[in-house]
Design a protein around this ligand. Structure first.
Ligand code: ADP
Ligand code: MG
Length: 314
């Protein structure tokens, strides 16, 4: 398919514009009216590296490329606004394939209120999608980095862990609910914004598994994180997959990536407010550990025995 034709298939499914858009698709650049803080992030997914065109439908590829990118905005507590999409398209991509991509991408953009304002289409040897998202915080609203955690605080995590990893490992035998978590992840946008406004001190999205994402928070904040493996909220169905594979479910939940949950730190006085606010959003929250002086991440089991994080890296 020709590049111009591919652009048209995205542009035709125009997303609902946001009030900031002065100019969208079709000019040399998009023009946005800025107000407050702007958070910008980009993410690229490549066939054979982040997904395969055999394991995912075109619509799932489109959905997941956007979900992965806006999960970073959720982790800042930003309200997603606009998105740019660059596609590397192999010469043999069919019209149906591009339509599927566009349906998945624009469909999810509409669902979360993100407007597609531009992009690029280039010929490439393998399919890739590079997604740049623009998020906003109104004047007076907070955005949360990875660097604010302090000793004495609690470590919390939204939702459940391990589902995407279990779906990836179990492949064909996996049930639909687990597979859905892998192929159509739903970033915690409302939760991230609510946690930011409540005053959590550090936040990150769990894209590589908490074993490595918690390490980023510890390093950026100059503290140690202590995580209780036995308290991890393991997603339903993960225990069965772990048992079938002879793996420890806690280890799978800690090291498996692509959960797109939020890991955050908060002062103990915020505990009830966090629990109530997330309950109102229908989102489970689990307190999985504490912030301590030092560096790195320590895991322990129910007996309080500390285990080296490195044992949990892939
Ligand atoms: P240019 O040659 O100026 O880069 P293009 O032909 O690449 O222009 O793109 C024309 C218009 O279509 C631009 O406004 C661009 O942002 C938009 N566009 C290109 N690809 C996409 C895409 N995948 N999704 C949305 N808009 C796109
Ligand atoms: Mg171009």
């Amino acid at each position: 398919m020709r590049e111009l034709a591919a652009i048209g298939r995205f542009a035709r499914r125009a997303t609902r514009p946001t009030a900031r858009i002065e100019r969208g698709i079709g000019d040399d650049a998009a023009v946005l009216r800025a107000d407050g803080l702007c958070a910008i992030s980009t993410d690229t997914v490549v066939d054979g590296v982040h997904f395969t065109t055999h394991g995912y439908t075109p619509s799932e590829i489109g959905h997941k490329a956007l979900a992965t990118a806006i999960s970073d905005l959720a982790a800042m507590g930003a309200q997603p606004g606009e998105v740019l999409l660059s596609i590397g398209l192999p010469a043999n991509a069919s019209e149906e394939f591009v339509d599927g991509l566009a349906d998945g991408f624009v469909g999810f953009a509409d669902e979360v209120g993100v407007a597609l304002v531009g992009g690029d289409v280039v010929a490439a040897p393998v399919l890739f999608l590079a997604v740049t998202v623009v998020g906003w915080a109104a004047t007076g609203e907070r955005l949360v980095g990875r660097d604010g955690a302090a000793p004495g605080e609690l470590v919390g995590v939204t939702g459940t862990l391990g589902a995407a990893a279990a779906a990836l490992l179990a492949r064909d035998q996996v049930d639909e609910a687990l597979r859905e978590r892998l192929v159509r992840p739903r970033p915690r946008l409302a939760e991230g914004r609510a946690l930011a406004q409540l005053g959590v001190t550090a936040m990150i999205d769990v894209s590589d598994g908490i074993a490595s994402d918690a390490r980023h928070v510890a390093a950026a904040s100059g503290v140690a994180l202590h995580v209780r493996l036995d308290r991890l909220p393991i997603a339903p169905g993960v225990e069965d997959v772990a048992a079938a594979l002879g793996r420890d479910p806690g280890e799978l939940a800690a090291t498996g990536g692509e959960d797109y949950e939020l890991l955050f730190t908060a002062r103990p006085s915020l505990r009830t407010a966090v629990e109530n606010t997330l309950a109102e959003l229908g989102c489970p929250v689990t307190w999985i550990g504490s912030v301590e002086p030092g560096s790195g991440v320590a895991f322990s089991d129910q007996h309080g025995e500390r285990r080296d994080l490195r044992g949990f890296e892939h």
